[in-house]
Design a protein around this ligand. Structure first.
Ligand code: FAD
Ligand code: NAD
Length: 395
């Protein structure tokens, strides 16, 4: 009989861990494995707030895929998926098509705009190396523009929509970076505003209130202005309009108001809520024995009925289980049920500051910042061993 063909689309947290585990798990000639990704590098999404603000080099957030996979065991195709056809068991690429016996979808998320007018057109978002390069360059350009027209204070107003973890981590970096740009461009720092606008009655809704207060105090001290309980209603070429009707004039709106699953998944006909497919306990799409969906394109529910948040932590763990289940499927063995093991959450607030819950323990300040570094290093170690840790870590 023919060797089964496994196709993995997306080389993010979920897809790369699946590929790395699978190349260890499978015996010679047990399956053909193909990994398809838009770029020939993997990006470390959890670092993107830094190169977005310009506090770290984007090259520290990207790793060549050829350095992570064994090309004798996994074929890599650099291409963009345009359609998934689960009936014909085919993945359509911008420049061809690939058939599969087993498919793993790890295409990640997309910004959720909730249909708010203008966000798609005028707001920027932190989602890839390319998008954060754009944000960083745009911010610098605003300083340069201001120096050529000092009547335009809106060039120096930076609006971040949403105070979830992405928004909070980004404003922390921005507050570290902008004073340096003021220096470089000779701009009075008192003219620069960073405004974080949040719809919910608190920043980081659902997170530990003491730690939220700590985070807001640290960020406020660094110059971030919070507008809480203030939904953004519209984004325009001139800034944002709030639910109150008030307008904030700004030439830089970064939308961190939430994410949804990749639209290709919905378009493929899998039943999805906000683009995320409710997978079975083995990580398969409902009704499909041959399609596994992991990471931000999938959703699983806790015992209390609430969804697990889309995190790298879960995507990685799913990658490991997915690789196991692929091998088991091919061998006709029993599959393993996936159970997320939530180790905690740690979020940075800029240099030397962070908050987090690890196990049951609350941490903050320098201790939390060190913990964040350890978590980052652990990931690099898992995917690329010590050499990758040494190459990508600024100690
Ligand atoms: P991704 O890692 O997003 O990867 C998707 C991959 O698919 C990418 O390589 C992309 O290029 C590729 N792709 C997309 N579309 C196509 C296409 N059409 N064709 C081909 N390839 C395609 N989570 C945590 O647990 N801890 C954190 O500290 C944390 N920090 C974060 C900080 C920031 C700034 C952000 C934005 C997110 C953070 N997250 C964190 C969330 C975490 O990054 C995501 O949950 C995680 O990346 C999801 O992994 P994934 O494999 O589903 O997708
Ligand atoms: P999120 O959905 O967690 O947060 C979005 C925020 O935007 C919410 O607070 C929401 O109330 C707010 N919002 C929505 N609509 C709004 C509007 N119209 N006006 C103003 N505010 C509005 O999204 P995220 O922060 O991008 O996080 C995505 C996922 O990534 C989450 O699961 C998160 O846990 C994870 N993440 C984790 C870390 C970390 O662990 N350090 C860092 C970043 C992201």
């Amino acid at each position: 009989s023919q060797i089964p063909r496994i196709v993995i689309v997306g080389a993010g947290y979920g897809g790369i861990v699946t590929s790395i585990r699978l190349q260890k798990e499978l015996n010679y000639n047990e399956a053909d494995v193909t990994l398809i990704n838009k770029h020939d590098y993997h990006y470390i999404t959890t670092h993107l707030h830094m190169p977005a603000a310009g506090t770290d080099d984007p090259k520290n957030a990207r790793v060549d895929i050829s350095k992570l996979i064994d090309e004798f065991k996994v074929d890599f195709i650099k291409s963009t998926v345009v359609e998934i056809n689960s009936e014909e068991k085919k993945v359509i690429l911008e420049d061809g098509a690939v058939s599969y016996d087993y498919l793993v979808i790890g295409l990640g998320g997309e910004p959720e705009t909730f249909g708010i007018p203008g966000l798609k057109e005028y707001a920027l978002s932190i989602r890839s190396i390319n998008s954060v390069n754009y944000i960083r360059e745009h911010i610098e350009y605003m300083f340069a523009k201001y120096k050529n027209d000092e009547s335009r204070k809106d060039y120096l107003t930076f609006v971040v929509g949403g105070s979830g973890f992405t928004g909070i981590e980004f404003v922390g970096e921005l507050a570290d970076r902008l004073p340096k740009l003021c220096n470089e461009f000779n701009v009075d720092p008192s003219l620069v505003r960073i405004i974080n606008v949040e719809a919910a009655p608190t920043a980081l809704p659902g997170f530990d209130p003491d730690l939220v207060k700590y985070a807001m105090d640290v960020l406020t001290e660094k110059g971030v202005e919070f507008m809480i309980s203030t939904p953004i209603k519209e984004c325009t070429p001139d800034g944002v309009i709030l639910a109150t009707g008030e307008e904030i004039k700004s030439q830089t709106v970064v939308w961190t108001g939430g994410i949804r699953g990749n639209s290709l998944v919905e378009n493929a006909g899998f039943e999805a809520v906000r683009g995320r497919v409710k997978v079975d306990e083995y990580l398969r799409a409902p009704g499909f024995d041959d399609v596994f969906i992991i990471g931000d394109c999938s959703v699983m529910f806790k015992e209390d009925g609430k969804p697990y948040p889309p995190t790298a932590q879960i995507a990685m763990q799913q990658g490991a289980t997915c690789a196991y289940n692929l091998a088991a499927s091919i061998r006709g063995d029993k599959l393993k049920a996936f159970k997320p093991q939530i180790k905690g959450t740690v979020a940075s607030l800029g240099k030397g500051e962070a908050i987090g819950v690890v196990g049951e323990k609350k941490i903050k300040g320098y201790t939390a910042a060190i913990m964040k570094k350890i978590i980052d290093i652990r990931y690099l170690y898992i995917i690329g061993g010590i050499p990758l840790v040494l190459k990508k870590t600024r100690l």
